[in-house]
Design a protein. Structure first.
Lengths: 377, 377, 377, 377
């Protein structure tokens, strides 16, 4: 029997010329051919919005000067978009997310959820009231071996969990480059646009989300010591965090944007009373698994002995590396299945993950302000 | 100024349901949004061709029962395809390649060039007579650090080249799985379909092409010792090859499909009188560079100190791994630029690389048959 | 001119049959041929002491039933020992250390300094009053690349230090093996013999010592969260520690003996505003050095471009791996030079390092008891 | 019961001031405390011999001006040496080896066996006639994981062997440093002292010996392509070699001293129809083992799941790295057991390994001279 091909009609808010994460979302949406980019409010600058739309092959009448216009117009069209990707800076998530949710259009939103708790709560309320889906692109959960790890933990391969070591280290803010024309540095270190968090919001939330995704552990409390090493920097650029989980497991999180030699060093190590696993994002196709008392194993994406765990989330044979874009694409693929009713999206991060991330950011700031006092979840 | 977006109209020969490399070509063509898949002769089985086309969103009237029909019809259309991807087994390259070249349609052909020298020569003749372009997807040349390495060699960073060590090791044919329902194993070990070469044609040519791409060395002669370890196997599954280059450099090539623990172990090491570089495909975002007498350097794709060399061929920041599909996509991107006149395709493998690869396969077979006698280029 | 060879006469307290660290000290003392083992009080069990001495080639009249006898007798001999190695469990360091110091015999003592602060202070007083030297075998400071790292920090290669990440992970106590006949597990988890600390005393002090040795940073305060995951275990087997240093740098220390897959995972990462270095004990012959904005370098022990820094502390050419025993031996070599007046022992850990380690252990316990409150140095 | 300690009385020929390998032999002999260095003919220069002896604590009357004197005198003493280490350049092995064998004194000789086949045969004749033992220090066979690998092959863990990939790459002769005051470079590139082989004799024999030790395969024939890249160099500095083994397995050997970035890169990879192993000397405490169809395992020296295989040949717990000197020491330890009758020396390389190595060197030279013609064993 033949399945006729139907792509999800996708719109985008933000992501115009010069943006970084917008381009990533677009590539991710194309890899598995499940979307067509149909509409956009790509920039708050009308000329740039139009130019960007033209470059991307969006019809002029589907290029909007504002997300409000876009939500209204697209909801009214027979052939309107079915989903929208929101790829604006953090403080600009809530507005469009709520507008599209209210218009009944599915939302795929970049992380973290928002800049403030109020914004986050407003999105959560809109999700609750809407029939549309809400997906938060904690893209690292799309790596096949991360999903493999999650499955192994759930199957008890590690036994009762004891220790989680998560870290996300970069070096691009080692020097103070905000204010020198670097747009990414500008908004990510501006509390008004990023929210109060710097490294903890930009990358710490990824590490925090990922450890929760893999382990299933619920945080009980955290203690944080945040620093701003860059002179005059207004947000944290390095964070040392201790975690306590329900059930007794403990963790450490290190997030830094000032650690020379680290490009995008997201690493996760998890230990239970029966085994341990270790994984790093920069070479994501390999994970070590140490069953206690036996030789350590090198698990590879889709490789020998994986018991099928990796096979649904990977496109090419083992040894042919998949990377960041493919992991991201898996979220888009799952989202397409969810939207088109061919999948349940069970592994997709959503509003709960978003609220948990917001709690994390705010708890870190609160704890650090109180000299590391434990803040309960 | 605004550039209006225009995609290259792409057709495909082969690559229907159940195929591997066809899907890879399609993803590669989508990643940079430079193509739209418009027509296909996806299978020699008419029903499967139609079903595959429907799944891929190809209009029924652009799904053809044969490549001959397709070349004729598409050449006649105003909105006919501008390029065709040929992703059939090796012995089925020449027919469509020649047909489309004669029709003036650009050809993107999977490697190796053909199954026989006669076929190869016929394609070469057609390329010569045609105004259309011919691109051979030696995809590993699309990895940014491979292009970086080529540039470093050209700039003299390694000095005068002396030694090349290339290898491509896999293990999927360790057991004799041909004849057990594995289509990939079936045609790749069938001399009628693969050409006379097994491992040397399937993967050895990649290693040989890559070392030539990076070093620019011209082969003077080779000596080969081929084996078929799989019982009853009709083609080589392991090959040990010595190379002599013009100018005095020497090389070794090891290609194997029976080396347990190796998934897709393409590795390249090059040494000159001033330095050496080492790179492996399974973690393609890192390369070591050892300037003689100084500490070894870890170069990363797009990373610190690369002098821009990697930047044109990469999409995302260092530390965000790109993989096999992105490398492949870079060939498609370059091909689009070549076809649309926005690039010169200087780095794209073409008919010369194809003929050189055919020489390599046949010289290996001839040398091995003569107990390793040197065969001159 | 010829130098006549003269070895330091060495005695040993503890280290009889079945001991681990005693054998390590003996090998370390032999590697550079600077010592001869001449006397011993190898066990508190007289028969085992005698048997052990015979096996080690110690003359019967130099084998003592107690360290008190040994200190007295050896001090009285013309050819008495010049140094004594104390390799007993922690709670048995103070007695012999003080006895030999008072007898004017140089002391080489295993770490940590003692089981209690009172014992530690008593040793410190004895050191002050004695003309003899006191060396604490924080053996990891003997690795050539660690000394190289220290030198690089001192030279400003990393700029102003900001972040220290130290960890020491093992897995041998994942299951509760104390009480099952494992002597090492028994005393190391018995607060009476180990002091109050488990992992923090046994391995955490090594990590803490090492980070101080390399960075030269002074600790301002720490916050600790200690756990005993092994059921019924009386000491910590996992520790999460935050550090604040004078001058503003911050650090994290993770010490664990329950992390499956980790054998002896002592790792050190240090970042300043100009560069970073990373080193791991399990492959100690390699260290990465990332000057900010330039490619990361792989420094090797004695290797290209090290500027001589590694050459005094290494015996064989680069690429010929030196290991744990050689690093340990370098402390013995430096101690021999100090004792014989051919070196100043400037790099040897002594009583100050010992007291600092005791502070670390006790501060961790105190902080953890107060829910992670910061304890000032 | 008490075992009284008795050390083997050891002499040394060569190894005076400024020598490299002599110092290595001495450290290796001390590590397990089974030898005392008692006599020496340390240099052909009498003054240097005496000075070297004094530095090493050898009594003046046991320091000899020639090995002939030493063999005669020591054989006549009641307390004469029981074994002699020969650490002279290759062309100076035969004389002392024969002299000591004829004197009934056990010989521990550095590799390769000799500079010429005649010398080698003369040593072999002397071994045959003598009651004394002959040990050739192919030291890399002493690495615990190498012995583990040998055992795994013998137990059939890899199945029937198919492919051997061995390499030994260095870079210290990248530039022509012979004739500039570098003693090591001088004699190792002088055919009169090294024998006809350069890299093949100095390091190629190690690789060849090691692959035979681990696999137990018998060589049937080899084909070689030797180069001298250093201008004016009189011996090979790079060698590409193909091997055929009895029973059908095949191999490649690459030996180079002109590969920038390689310090002492001895690597061994072995594949059979059931699995593969890979090991590298620069981090010798880890080996990968890939049972076909299952995840690759990381075996560590003495580590989890090794089934005891590594335990006799290692001194310290897993994770505490042992290195080059410990591997070398294991040969000395086994030799002491053999000499004292407490072991059978079954794993020690001897005269057969020496003759096989000589065949290898000469066959490489002969094959290369005949354009790579196969030379049968």
């Amino acid at each position: 029997m033949t399945t006729s091909h139907r792509r999800v009609r996708l719109g985008m808010v933000g992501g115009g010329q010069g943006a970084f994460i917008g381009a990533v979302h677009r590539i991710a949406s194309r890899i598995d051919d499940r979307y067509e980019l149909t509409a956009g409010a790509l920039s708050s600058d009308a000329a740039r919005a139009a130019a960007s739309a033209a470059e991307l092959g969006i019809a002029p009448d589907r290029s909007y000067a504002s997300y409000e216009d876009m939500a209204r117009a697209e909801a009214a069209r027979e052939d309107g978009i079915e989903a929208v990707a929101i790829v604006t800076p953090n403080h600009m998530h809530a507005g469009p997310a709520i507008a599209f949710l209210e218009a009944g259009i599915n939302v795929i939103c970049d992380k973290p959820l928002a800049a403030t708790e109020d914004q986050a709560q407003a999105i959560a309320d809109a999700v609750k009231s809407s029939s549309a889906k809400f997906i938060l692109t904690h893209n690292y959960t799309g790596y096949p071996l991360i999903r493999q790890a999650r499955q192994m933990v759930a199957e008890g391969k590690l036994g009762k969990l004891r220790i989680v070591q998560a870290e996300y280290a970069q070096d691009w803010l080692t020097e103070v480059i905000e204010g020198t024309g670097n747009k990414q540095a500008d908004w990510r270190t501006d509390p008004a646009r990023s929210g109060g968090g710097g490294a903890i919001g930009d990358i710490g939330t990824h590490a925090y989300n990922l450890l929760g995704f893999v382990t299933g552990l619920k945080t009980a409390a955290l203690s944080a010591d945040l620093q701003s090493f860059g002179e005059g920097r207004k947000v944290d650029d390095n964070a040392h965090i201790l975690l306590r989980f329900e059930g007794g497991a403990r963790g450490m999180v290190w997030a830094s944007q000032v650690a020379p030699g680290n490009e995008n060093g997201l690493r996760l190590r998890i230990y239970g009373d029966k085994g341990g696993i270790e994984w790093g994002q920069e070479n994501p196709n390999v994970m070590t698994y140490a069953p206690f008392g036996q030789p350590k194993q090198l698990l590879t994406r889709g490789g020998a002995g994986l018991g099928g765990g990796g096979s649904d989330w990977t496109r090419i044979p083992p040894g042919h590396p998949e990377g960041y874009l493919e992991g991201f694409a898996t979220l888009y693929k799952d989202a397409a299945d969810l939207i088109q009713g061919t999948g349940d999206g069970a592994l997709l991060p959503g509003i709960e993950a978003g609220l948990d991330g917001m709690w994390f950011i705010n708890a870190c700031i609160a704890s650090s302000a109180k000299d590391g006092a434990w803040v309960a979840r």
